[in-house]
Design a protein around this ligand. Sequence first.
Ligand code: KIV
Ligand code: ZN
Length: 392
Amino acid sequence: MPERIYIFDTTLRDGEQAAGTRLGSAAKLEIATQLTRLGVDVIEAGYPNSSPEDFNAVKLISEKVKGPVICALSRAVAEDIDACAKALEKAERPRIHTGIGVSDIHISGKFQHHRYGITLAEKKQRIIEMAVKAVSRARRYVDDVEFFAEDAARADRNYLCKVLEAVISAGATVVNVPDTTGFSTPDEFGALIWTVRHRVPNIRKATISVHCHNDLGMAVANTLAAVKNGAQQIEGTITGIGERAGNAALEQVVMALRTRKDYFGADCRIKSDEFYRTSRTVAKHLKVLIPSNKPVIGDNAFAHSSGIHVDGFLKQRETYEIMDPANVGFPASRVVLTARTGRHGLRHRLEQLGYNFRPEQVEQIYRRFLSVADKRQEVTDRDLASIVKSYS
Ligand code: KIV
Ligand code: ZN
């Protein structure tokens, strides 16, 4: 049996942190409803103490969306945790996601005030106390508490393990090991998860989650390396939208697990044929464009254009497609006619359009087609119709 991986979607929280984007309650509810259709295990609905609108969004989603765990974010401070608990009151399966920075850079940079201690060692001790206090407070409200060890990828390994052991003892059910700044490489991040799995004595009492950012373009690879090394929950966003260069794109991670089940030995409960629709819903509300070459859901993800590819694809789809577009809800594979498409592709499109020409006619049409194609990015069906007019 493949290992079950839990999918934690943070499009509504980290995704919405992308510069220049904003989601109101109604948009968040529509996306959350679609994420439920997609089959995600956890929806991080927002950060209730950040604004009244976000509080209302988490409250609304808690009332209306049933099935997935509904999660809300907080810092390791009482007001945030209390706001999460209030916003999540009506959730069927509430989770509070609380945490604090654990790398030396975060601790010395963000906790400069002497009330956190004078030396770095004192501050680090104080951070553990704050983390434990936050988890204990959250556990008074809900049974499911996730702890994020912010900037874990740049933290001292021994200290990270100590923090995680302490928060699990305090009742954390999930421990999130984030690469907050997208600094890690797949080998390093995989090794980090291996270390957490083998060095935190009580780790079996919690689920290991990972949350990777994409600053160096490695969020998906790092997430997959973590799965290889025992991560049980993966966090990401639809299309990879998120803070700075974004988060791990869930559609890519999930389709990598599915397409390479032989390699990863893991799977999840996502209904992948909802990816296309979900990505368009998210893009519409966040007002972002999906690049055409985006893996899995970009307009060109199943488009073939060059003669060699088109010829192979038309003979047998699998020669140039490793996924079936239907499995990600894509309307269909496409052959895009350009000057590189070749005769086979042209003949195929003519047949699709209902034309039936003799080989010598196709040859003549092909020459006319090339003269048009050399001037255009794509030869459309309307262009073809005018090219073949004199032969019909
Ligand atoms: O990137 C990060 O570390 C986060 C935490 C809040 C989980 O988004
Ligand atoms: Zn993040």
